[in-house]
Design a protein around this ligand. Structure first.
Ligand code: NAD
Length: 308
């Protein structure tokens, strides 16, 4: 199993590290445009192998896509992250050009690759990858919901004063401060609805804190976060590489599911060796349906800024 990670920055390096530590891939290639940067990150990570006990071979490349040839899965993290006060949508101008070029270069050398798009605004970048590459929809996956759901579970565990392993919950919709739809009514602690443990206003606070989870960290860090994004990407890569058939909310091209068309947005999917093996159409309440519709309108508006 060969995995390429484009972008050796904060998220790319963190994702490569988690993939290596889990030791399910034989090879990880990190590629960056910055001279020597990916090679340096790869060498540094390889020097953790004997300490962390993995055999995954990590190599770096400065813009040489020949080294990525034959990749089964490729992750696109190249592009600029947001600074405090910025929205993800403001990154579109620079990141659209980068994602387009990177996606085409990856497929040229790995025609059977499954692409995972991370660069923001992620739903629009996933849509762009879909439009420019013409790959079947099961092979283009946007990562956002897996991260947002992890942040939702973190906030729920905090509010319930419970261990995170007791908590289950999911965030669908667009990967943006206003577009996320945390499914509070479906969230549980050991299969019991969380509303049995906390009051409605506290649950609403959890929902709001989840939606601005990325912005909260960007304010603290001065740039966007990397550990949880890297871990979320590595979980998707592992689900595909190990054919786990696990369910994650991912951004995928919709053709009527959830009443939406011609858009990539976060919905629950089953991930296995073919990428997105199934879109899971779960029943939503009227309020959740309305939020999903509003979220899709926001993503479509950003998609309208693309030149495709
Ligand atoms: N989808 C999500 O949930 C999520 C979460 C966190 C970050 N992000 C996004 O991921 C992206 C990366 O974030 P980061 O914090 O790692 O940024 P970063 O600046 O640390 O790293 C980005 C890297 O991309 C490289 N790069 C730029 N153009 C390139 C090109 N054409 N080819 C190859 N490499 C190129 C840069 O040299 C840099 O090393 C940002 O757009 C950020 O908003 C998404």
């Amino acid at each position: 199993m060969k995995v390429t990670v484009v972008g050796a920055g904060a998220v790319g390096a963190s994702c490569a590290e988690y993939i290596a530590i889990k030791d399910f891939a034989s090879e990880v290639v990190i590629l960056d445009i910055k001279e020597g940067y990916a090679e340096g990150k790869a060498m540094d990570l390889m020097q953790t192998a004997s300490l962390n006990g993995f055999d995954t071979k990590i190599t770096g490349s400065t813009s040489d896509y020949a080294k990525t040839a034959g990749s089964d899965i490729a992750v696109i993290t190249s592009g600029i992250p947001r600074k405090p006060g910025m929205t993800r949508e403001e990154l579109i101008g620079i990141n659209a050009g980068i994602v387009k070029t990177v996606a085409m270069s990856l497929i040229e050398h790995s025609p059977n690759v499954i692409l995972i798009v991370v660069s923001n605004p992620m739903d629009t970048m996933t849509y762009l990858a879909h439009k420019v590459t013409g790959l079947p929809k099961n092979r283009i996956i946007g990562m956002g919901g897996a991260l947002d759901s992890a942040r939702f579970k973190y906030r729920l565990a905090e509010a319930l004063e419970a261990p995170i392993s007791d908590i289950d919950g999911m965030v669908i919709g667009g990967h943006s401060d206003t577009g996320m739809v945390p499914l509070a009514s479906h969230a549980t602690r050991n299969s019991i609805k969380v509303s049995e443990f906390i009051k409605e206003d506290r649950l609403q606070q959890v929902v709001e804190d989840t939606k601005v989870g990325g912005a909260t960290l960007t304010k603290l860090l001065g740039t966007s976060a990397w550990y949880a994004p890297g871990a979320a990407v590595s979980a998707l890569v592992q689900a595909i590489a190990c054919d786990q058939k696990k369910m994650f909310p991912c951004s995928t091209f919709l053709e009527g599911e959830y009443g939406l068309n011609d858009i990539c947005i976060g919905v629950p999917v089953i991930l296995g060796k073919n990428g997105i093996e199934k879109i899971v159409d779960i029943p939503l309440s009227d309020a959740e349906k309305a939020k999903m519709k509003e979220s899709a309108e926001g993503v479509s508006k950003t998609n309208g800024l693309l030149d495709v």
